[in-house]
Design a protein around this ligand. Structure first.
Ligand code: UP6
Length: 256
């Protein structure tokens, strides 16, 4: 594992969003991204309010919020400002360039207007990144390339992953990092985001597999952990988020 620290990444990045994110991580001493996969506005706002102090990033799937509207966005932005975290819409854009541009901007979600981070698959090639880049640079949105998925039967083979990492490295002006499980980009300016993290480990019955945060930070050298059900399905999400924050930060310090 390369003993990369966040300050080195900050020095090497060409991307303003990465710098903002690392500043937040260092100030709040957290490498936790909470995946807020709840189904309503009320639940999302409640969760964001509770975990806000402990997270660097709040990740959403807005197309799963049954009563989504722009008021939700305004309230989330206020919480993001109050607690100092970024908003990450995990849209996983995957289509041809012309279509991903439309999906990035279109109502009702208007993702380009409020997201700080978005994910993009590169199954269609670098052209998806190119297409999103034009809008993302204007709107100050950072792209995260999905290089390798967490599922037991993922199709993101080693070959695929290597090519996806290469696309991320080629586009560092707009790319903040990658989603991957066990390989980080060679370049020191990119962040590695890793889902499939849970203190208890295990799996669900739909292909998701979990690793312990300590193992992920110390052995695989990840930079941010993405935790969903491990936090929001707990009876006390705030306490759980605080616990993940502590475990993740200590594991990061230990690997340095
Ligand atoms: N996610 C994965 N695996 C990937 C990429 N993304 O689980 O390879 C996302 C899911 C979900 C979150 O879309 O929002 O990370 C994981 O949630 P969980 O912790 O509840 O399993």
């Amino acid at each position: 594992v390369p003993r990369l620290n966040y300050s080195t990444i900050k020095v090497n990045t060409q991307n303003g969003v990465t710098k903002r994110l690392i500043d937040i991580m260092e100030q709040k001493q957290t490498n936790l991204c909470c995946s807020a996969d709840v189904g309503t506005k009320a639940k999302l706002l409640q969760l964001a309010q509770e975990v806000g102090p402990y997270i660097a990033v709040l990740k959403t799937h807005m197309d799963s919020i049954e009563d989504f509207d722009q008021e939700l966005v305004i309230e989330l932005q206020a919480l993001a400002k109050r607690h100092n975290f970024l908003l990450f819409e995990d849209r996983k854009f995957a289509d041809i360039g012309h279509i991903v541009q439309q999906q990035f901007k279109a109502a009702p979600y208007c993702i380009a207007d409020w997201a700080d981070l978005i994910t993009v698959h590169v199954v269609a090639g670098a052209s998806s990144v190119d297409a999103l880049k034009q809008i993302a640079l204007q709107k100050n949105v950072g792209l995260i390339v999905v290089a390798q998925m967490s599922t037991v039967d993922t199709l993101t083979s080693r070959e695929y992953m290597k090519k996806a990492l290469a696309i991320a490295q080629d586009q560092q002006e707009v790319v903040v990092g990658v989603v991957s499980q066990n390989k980080r980009p060679r370049d020191a300016g990119l962040l590695m985001f890793t889902p499939g993290i849970k203190l208890g480990g295990g799996s669900d019955n739909l292909g998701q597999q979990y690793n312990h945060p300590t193992e992920a930070f110390e052995k695989r050298g990840i930079d941010l952990m993405i935790v969903g059900r491990g936090i929001y399905q707990d009876e006390q999400p705030a306490q759980k988020a605080a616990e993940y924050r502590k475990v993740g930060w200590e594991a990061y310090l230990k690997r340095l």
